[in-house]
Design a binder for this molecule. Sequence first.
Ligand SMILES: [Zn+2]
Length: 427
Amino acid sequence: MFDNNSPDTLKLFTNLLALPDIAVTKVSKSSDDRRITFVVKSTCENVPCRQCGKPTRGHGHGRSLCLRHLSLLGKETYIEITPRRGRCGHCNGNPTTTEKCDWYETNNKMTKHYEQHLLFELVNSTVADVSRKEALDYHTVSNLIDHYVEKEIDFSSIDALGILGLDEISLKKGYRDFVTLVTYRIDERVCILGVIKGREKSEVVRFLKYIPRRLRNTVMAACCDLYEGYMNAVEEVFKGKVPVVADRFHVRRLYRKSLVALRKSELVRLRSSLTKKQYENLKPAIALLRKHKDYFSEEEKTILQSLFELSPKLKQGYQFSREFSGIFDSQITPEEAKVKMIDWIERVILSELTCFNSFIKTLRKFEKPICNFFLNRNNSGFVEGFNNRVKVLKRRCYGLSDVTRLFQRLVIDTLGLERFNPTVTAF
Ligand SMILES: [Zn+2]
């Protein structure tokens, strides 16, 4: 079919390509069967002058262009066009104009459709992956991001912010090079608002103040790490009108960490006091504890029994941890949560356990934001799920050190499926 250049075939391909004001004049296939080239011509009546816009007189042709286009049937597809040139009879000096169609940019080696396709492919992927799959140069794909994706948020495109999220992430191993991820959640969607270099309070304040007042007034809550810099920044900018909420997952990470420390020290003790065989028998129970579950099934409890009998401390630690998770799982008010937490702290202090000491300090210090978690608990998913989405974003940031590029990448991941969807947008 690709070697058949009958008028009917060419007409069929013209309709198939669906590029405005274009007719296919020839179709060819490479000898290795890997690429298809459509030679096309413009069907516009004339070339308008680039200065006055009036029709020009024909003046030969420019250089032929070979533009990569959307793959057809899995084959690399190219469109070849030799633009017409025209000379103006109206303008001074009779300037010449080379015809240019809307579906490609001057000096580009691909059509806009193909560019959009590449951006679509970048969603939840990487520049390296996309360039490899499409057999393109890394910079060709990378440059597209700068061409099509904004370098900072366009506030005019946002109606309301809802819940603001502030998260610190480290871009490299070893927890250096921090950046702050500012997100917002509205209508169950998490979008990126900005990426701030570092996590200094002053920088966060500066960013928050940069948000137009109209949008600042739509913030219902701010969800943060347990980090004073962020909390104080929110307090300073929103003057106490917006509740600061510590996300439960950040809190959970802290008491689970205490538990891990206890588990390790208890296992060291058991390993030295038990025979090798006795310790071996505990392996299934130890493996179960490593799963970081909040609750255990009846069957799992049976497995754990032997270990907990040998280490009452460990049993107690897990019990306290489960109780604390239970508070978070309850449909209660911040006031009720506060009472339950104070009661929990008192009982832990009365016990022999010391592993939760630093967690208790944090709990006392951040009591208000931690209890604020229960504010909107009943009528919305609130921060649930919010953090999981941010976690995915965080993983995607890894290894990117340029804050602007990071922002652009996150825009692609959060909005790209819609923005670059080939069936939605057309040039
Ligand atoms: Zn002119």
